[in-house]
Write a protein that binds this ligand. Structure first.
Ligand code: B12
Ligand code: SF4
Ligand code: SF4
Length: 242
């Protein structure tokens, strides 16, 4: 039997069809990137591939905790311009495009317009649900994970992955993410982007969230061991406050 895809979301060995994902997994591992999950689509329901067909499979690639930071930092140090204006996106493309090409896959990146529904795919692939911050929360990694690419295949590839487990926010009695944000931007009804950005421009925001990372995110007790390193937190905050 073909090896099953090992993802955080679990896998179904019975439906595993392609050993090629093992090669993809091995090629991504040195960069601190993982296969996060697999979505299978009914005919015609998947995103459009370059050749006009609808994808039958989307495989999500991402980071868990600070896994990508060492490889990304090494790459950046070797770039004459420090990696340019969007270094994480450019690094992701430099690393993942050749892997996708070798696997015969199309590839989408989360920041490229038109935005592909990465979170919707992750909800299906990993059984995750949104936290009050708008970010999907993982039972193990908490808020400390992200997606760097999605590989699209015309055929069924790998094993469609299953839900990861209970939604941590359902049993979080104190919900410190809601009370910690100094701008009151994290609310049960949604994340107020404008209020967050306005606060980040103030001296308090510059000394607080911009240096330490989003305080509301840091207040979440789930997956605290996987919190990003300080340099990575600052990097993401600088991007958010643009
Ligand atoms: C635009 C965008 C933003 C905008 C949000 C504007 C808004 N109010 O919608 C801004 C710039 C503010 C933003 C901020 C952040 N974002 Co953002 N963002 C995106 C982006 C590029 C597009 C979202 C979208 O519209 N997709 C299109 C629709 C069709 O996709 P969808 O899956 O069906 O839609 C879902 C989202 O729209 C989501 N949603 C709705 N409102 C909000 C609000 C926020 C803040 C977020 C994160 C999601 C979200 O709900 C939908 C259903 O689940 C995605 C990448 C992507 N391609 O999806 C990343 C993405 C959602 N962001 C992500 C992250 C991590 C962040 C930040 C934490 C970045 C940081 N600083 O570290 C912050 C969160 C704020 C915080 N307090 O820390 C991750 C989430 C990963 C996860 N674990 O879920 C994504 C997937 C990018 C990635 N590379 O992984 N983001
Ligand atoms: S603090 Fe609680 S409610 Fe907020 S994201 Fe974490 S688990 Fe969910
Ligand atoms: S970055 Fe700061 S202001 Fe923005 S949501 Fe997080 S805690 Fe609130």
């Amino acid at each position: 039997m073909a090896p099953a895809l090992r993802t955080e979301g679990g896998s179904d060995p019975v439906r595993a069809r392609s050993p090629d994902l093992d090669a993809v997994r091995a090629a991504l591992a040195p960069h601190g990137l993982f296969l996060r999950g697999v979505v299978h689509f009914e005919a015609g329901d998947g995103p459009l591939l370059d050749d006009g067909r609808s994808a039958a499979t989307v495989v999500l690639v991402g980071n868990a905790g600070g896994s990508l930071w060492p490889a990304f930092s090494r790459w950046r140090a070797g770039q004459a311009d420090g990696g340019g204006e969007n270094p994480l996106d450019d690094w992701s493309k430099a690393v993942i495009r050749p892997v996708a090409a070798a696997a015969g896959a199309d590839v989408w990146f989360p920041s490229d317009p038109p935005w592909q529904p990465f979170q919707r795919w992750a909800i299906r692939a990993e059984g995750l649900k949104p936290s009050p911050l708008g970010i999907l929360i993982h039972p193990v990694y908490g808020l400390w994970h992200g997606y760097r690419a999605a590989l699209g295949f015309a055929g069924l590839v790998g094993a469609a992955t299953r839900p990861a487990g209970p939604h941590p926010c359902d049993t979080c009695a104190k919900k410190p993410c809601l009370s910690t944000c100094p701008a009151g931007a994290v609310r049960p009804e949604g994340f107020d982007v404008a209020a967050c950005r306005a606060h980040l421009r103030t001296p308090e925001g510059q000394a607080g969230c911009m240096q330490l990372g989003c305080l509301a995110r840091a207040a979440c007790p789930v997956g605290a061991d996987h919190r990003y390193p300080v340099k990575q937190l600052r990097f993401h905050m600088a991007a958010l406050s643009l």
